[in-house]
Design a protein around this ligand. Sequence first.
Ligand SMILES: Cc1ncc(COP(=O)(O)O)c(C=O)c1O
Length: 348
Amino acid sequence: MTHEYEKVLTPSSGLRLHLNENTAGCSPKVIEALQRLTRQDIAFYPDYDDVVAACATRLGVTPEQIVLTNGLDEGILALTVAALRDRDASVPEAVVVVPAFDMYASTAAGVGARVVEVPMGADFAFPATRILEAIGPRTRLLFLTSPNNPTGLVIPTRDIIQIAQQAPHVSVLVDEAYADFAEVTLVGDAAIRALPNVFVGRTFAKAYGLAGIRAGVVIGDPTALARLRRVVPPFSVNAGAVAALIAGLNDVDYYRWYLDQVRSSRSLLYTALAKAGVRYWPSEANFVLAHFGERARAVVDGLAARGVHVRDKSRDPACPGCIRITTGVVEHTEVCIRALEEVLCAEA
Ligand SMILES: Cc1ncc(COP(=O)(O)O)c(C=O)c1O
């Protein structure tokens, strides 16, 4: 298996509900901050003290507990390199719980690890026991996602603690790309803080609408993070991203408004799916996974023909017949629901 990242097509127009982006756009304050950039700001190498302090304050940790990265993708790459670099002659292993975000397997395989896939249990139950069985002396890295992409389900914290305690030689990345939309986070959890092999990844792409800016953080034990700091290039986040991120973090009203929109959108979509007799999984993220069975491809195509782009997840492990729909601004979700009703009616 090659584990290559499959590039997702970029539609030239229409409503993008296929990549879990912020459908409102970033805060207007971000644009103002970018417009205030001077020629010197662009000419000089950026300084990260203020932006790291702003991230730390927002997340309730200290600056020493944070590594700033060029999107969470770079955090995934940095942790993978850091975890796999000191090796003996044997091939190191990375455990991925599937279905999962494609980047874990493609990055680990790209860095030379053997990828060990552990399937989720029935109805996407978290397979804690099977993960522990899959971890061996060669395992260096375990990728977990909470809330998970594409299911939107949260991993019980006690399971993460149990795994990390029983496998202290494994770096555990808990990818919390969607935790802004959830009720729980590991950031600030005292039991997690006591486990130096647990790293939490966050992105500002989703709730803050900064996907195009590229900014994320990895949070962890300051000593353990030293291995990542050696890997991340010293100026990997550009000056525009620094200004944008500080402005985005400061506009708390806009952030809260967007979280409210996502919560309302999820409820509207649940109601519409239930009315249409379509099974879905209640999500703690800014998307919902729904099971359309054999109609899945026709639904994706029918929605695209109406200018609404959603993600066919049929080829993901354990997801046949499933579609993932981003839930952003309520007005956009209403457009999606109307299009979906038309497609299902035409299909009937
Ligand atoms: C689970 C997960 N982790 C990480 C990322 C990437 O985040 P970033 O855009 O900050 O690189 C995504 C993006 O979709 C994601 O779904």
